[in-house]
Design a protein around this ligand. Structure first.
Ligand code: ADP
Ligand code: ZN
Length: 218
């Protein structure tokens, strides 16, 4: 069956880690706007050049750019078999645009998963987070270090700290989240799509939810 879900949560809630555990066991496509933007920055595209300074400051990239990017991504063939959206929509106007887009494509959402976590835990997690610059694998110097310092366990790529994982930028991303993204909780509650998950728990709680959705038939 085809499942379409959205992952919402503050930076550091573990959206990327959850998506990784899903990818290992489940064929669903994971679409992360942050990952697509970072690829564009690396490749030096026009979009990447514009997005870079907003990302480094922890601010949102303009809706029009994000929507055009997602319109293109969701039209690709693999997305027709279901998807998990991570990092989009990030405010109410993006959510309205997504509604329109899904209507046009005659698709509907199955659920919106909210990963709940406190700001303090977020700051602690993100300041200790490291990522592989080649394959995107996520590590943590406290809870999940690489075997050799600075070297990815799975691809031997260089493991680095994201420019936006420094404390002042994290605080900024959190305030953007509370102001812009948190209103989506009520937005999707009204549509009866919201499902809350405690983000302090296991890194495969979203996978379990996905499997329970599928088991429930539809
Ligand atoms: P996190 O959720 O950990 O903050 P992401 O990887 O999802 O990080 O996003 C990194 C940055 O990319 C954001 O701080 C923002 O600048 C930009 N970005 C990602 N998704 C969106 C979006 N839907 N709308 C606007 N900006 C976005
Ligand atoms: Zn790697």
């Amino acid at each position: 069956m085809t499942v379409r879900i959205i992952l919402i949560g503050p930076p550091g809630a573990g959206k990327g880690t959850q998506a990784m555990s899903i990818r290992e066991k489940h064929p669903i496509v994971h679409i992360s706007t942050g990952d697509i933007l970072r690829e564009n920055v690396r490749a030096g595209t026009a979009l990447g050049q514009t997005a870079k300074k907003f990302m480094e400051a922890g601010q949102l990239v303009a809706d029009s750019l994000i929507i055009a990017m997602m319109r293109a991504r969701l039209s690709e063939e693999d997305a027709g078999r279901g998807f998990i959206l991570d990092g989009f929509p990030r405010n109410v106007s993006q959510a309205d645009e997504l509604d329109l887009l899904l209507d046009e494509m005659s698709l509907r959402l199955d659920a919106v998963v909210l990963l709940e976590i406190s700001d303090d835990v977020v700051v602690q997690r993100l300041t200790s987070r490291r990522v592989c610059a080649s394959c995107g694998a996520i590590y943590n110097v406290l809870s999940h270090p690489t075997k050799a310092e600075g070297v990815c366990d799975s691809c031997s790529g260089r493991v680095i700290q994201r420019a936006d994982d420094h404390e002042s930028v994290i605080r900024n991303r959190l305030s953007v989240y509370h102001k812009e993204t948190a209103p989506l909780v009520e937005y999707y509650e009204k549509k009866n799509l919201l499902h809350r998950i405690n983000a302090d728990g296991e890194p495969d709680s979203v996978l379990k939810f996905l499997e329970s959705l599928e088991a429930s038939g539809k």
